[in-house]
Design a protein around this ligand. Structure first.
Ligand code: F6P
Length: 544
């Protein structure tokens, strides 16, 4: 495949950037009063307003031409057909099968019967736990679920359980606590179980490989905390692609849920990795979330590229990254219960597209995944919005706004989201700032002195995603939107969005350093001088 940056479509975009790259959004709106109608798209109840992105119809047409040249439609077909698009691990990336109603094939086999069977087991187990039928070793009902997992085995269910907390209803007589432990730091486990009763606590060990250091350490800690008398069959479930390892740990086969190899960790919320979520909100709500994702899937695989919401989001993201030079993407959900969404999307975006070589091993030649960050609005307005207003960087923003009820506080929150998006787009000219200062009674000289400090350049690009309310269905659509945006961008950059070899290298380095810290190896040669110096300092600190 021709290197992306050498395609005529890329060159045309570069020429276009020279024409409009510095044009202010205020001018875009002045030139086209219908801009909102032209640049907003819907899928189900979700509305995406792209009109505050620094593009016009020509930009989008050139971006779609790039997508066509990269055969994005062919990529979608191959993905949907279960082909091994994860080329370095020779696997399909068919997480859509976890919420599909039409057959999905991997290696010629329809995987839906197995998917449905796993979901039926999820329903049986979560119903039994929520109804107080599942009993611990001492005969008590379970009142706490603790998920032990990290990365894709934690971030998705943790984020969704918080997002849908309002939908968590009670099991027989007691509200089921659903908690998550991910960190290797034993403090997280200790803090999480401090107020729990071992006789009423059930652990879910979630690990696709069942080799992850953090998760195995926490699983061992759980065994100790439960005590020798606890029957693992009453206090442990496992979700893994490595059932033998789960059984070797002591979790019986009937308590194990398979995680297919064609589901990447960061795409696994819809699988049995979602079991803690199903326990928290109930299987009906879990399946409503699947339905929302399915609605976005149907749109993604059928809508023309120019009317395709995830594709448009992917193309604009590429424009911001590779033509406007934006190094990051801010995720600002204006909802307390979506506070964990930025962290979830960090893994989805940065572990998927934080890559530098193309599928055939060549340097990609342009910037790929942005650094994803963010926080729940309106909190960020009192923390980092100053940099967005008067800093030196172009920072694209996704405002995610569930409307919720029409109460005064909720309306004020929504108004804040719209106001921030508008103010960051419009900016405040020096003339307007001076007028404001003079109107406040400042003398001319003082007004002149302060004007540069009040002016805001504006022109910060943003997308606003409006949802009627934060329901399981709406959350499912929202997450699927980002999953498909990420996959589409991976295709455009010709990188593999579904492996994570870099992380493996980090784990390998951990295995080299750790023995030197716990005294099993004291020669610090053949490691870098910084690590050797730090190790020596740690030993000295521990001695003192
Ligand atoms: O971060 C690397 C990674 O492999 C992620 O891709 C994955 O979600 C996480 O670690 C946990 O892996 P596992 O589910 O195998 O424990």
């Amino acid at each position: 495949m021709t290197p992306l940056t050498q395609t005529p479509q890329w060159q045309a975009l570069a020429a276009h950037r020279e024409m409009i790259g510095t044009r202010h959004l205020n001018d875009f709106f002045a030139a086209d009063p219908q801009r909102f109608d032209r640049l907003s798209l819907r899928c189900g109840d979700l509305l995406a307003d792209f009109s505050k992105q620094r593009v016009n119809a020509d930009t989008l047409a050139l971006l779609v031409a790039l997508a066509e040249a990269r055969d994005l439609s062919g990529f979608l077909r191959r993905m949907r057909a279960g082909e091994a698009i994860n080329t370095t691990e020779n696997r399909a990336a068919l997480h859509i099968a976890l919420r599909a109603e039409r057959p999905c094939h991997v290696d010629g086999k329809d995987v839906l019967p197995d998917v449905r069977a796993t979901r039926a087991r999820m329903r049986a187990v979560s119903d039994a736990i929520r109804a107080g039928v599942w009993r611990g070793s001492g005969g008590h009902a379970i009142n706490a679920i603790v998920n032990l997992g990290v990365g894709g085995s934690d971030l998705g269910p943790r984020m969704a359980a918080q997002a849908l907390g309002a939908h968590a209803n009670v099991n027989a007589g007691a509200k089921l606590k659903t908690r998550f432990v991910a960190n290797l730091d034993p403090a997280e486990f200790a803090d999480t179980v401090r107020d729990l009763d071992p006789a009423r606590t059930l652990f879910i060990v979630s690990s696709k490989t069942f080799t992850t250091q953090e998760t195995l350490a926490n699983a061992r800690a759980a065994k100790t905390w439960l005590g020798a008398a606890a029957d693992p069959a009453r206090h442990f479930l496992a979700v893994s692609n490595n059932i033998p390892a789960a059984q070797a740990f002591g979790i019986p086969a009937q308590n194990c849920f398979a995680l297919p190899e064609w589901v990447g960790g960061r795409f696994s919320l819809w699988s049995a990795i979602g079991l803690p979520l199903a326990c928290a909100i109930g299987m009906d709500a879990f399946e409503a979330m699947l339905a929302g994702a399915r609605e976005m899937d149907d749109h993604f695989f059928s809508a023309p590229l120019s009317e395709n919401l995830p594709v448009t989001m992917a193309l604009i993201g590429l424009w911001n990254t590779d033509f406007l030079g934006a190094g990051s993407l801010a995720i600002l959900p204006y909802a307390h219960r979506l506070a964990l969404l930025p962290a979830y999307l960090q893994q989805l975006e940065m572990e998927s597209n934080g890559k530098r070589v193309t599928l055939d091993g060549r340097n990609v030649g342009c910037a790929t995944a942005p650094i994803v960050w963010g926080a729940a609005g309106s909190i960020g307005q009192h923390a980092f919005h100053q940099l967005l207003y008067q800093g030196t960087r172009t920072v694209p923003i996704d405002f995610i706004v569930p409307l919720g009820d029409a109460g005064p506080e909720q309306s004020a929150l929504v108004a804040n989201a719209l106001a921030q998006s508008a103010a960051l787009m419009r900016g405040q000219s020096p003339e307007a700032a001076r007028r404001q200062l003079l109107a406040a009674g400042k003398p001319q000289a003082e007004a002149d002195r302060l004007t540069p400090h009040l002016a805001c350049p504006g022109n910060q690009p943003s997308t606003t995603l409006l949802l009627p309310r934060l329901t399981p269905r709406a959350l499912g659509s929202l997450i699927a939107l980002y999953e498909h945006k990420v996959a589409a961008q991976g295709c455009l950059w010709d990188i593999n969005s579904f492996d994570q070899w870099g992380v493996e290298y980090g784990k390998q380095m951990g295995r080299e350093i750790q023995p030197r810290l716990n005294g099993k190896q004291d020669d610090d040669n053949n490691i870098d001088a910084s690590s050797a110096g730090l190790l020596a300092a740690i030993r000295a600190m521990r001695k003192s």
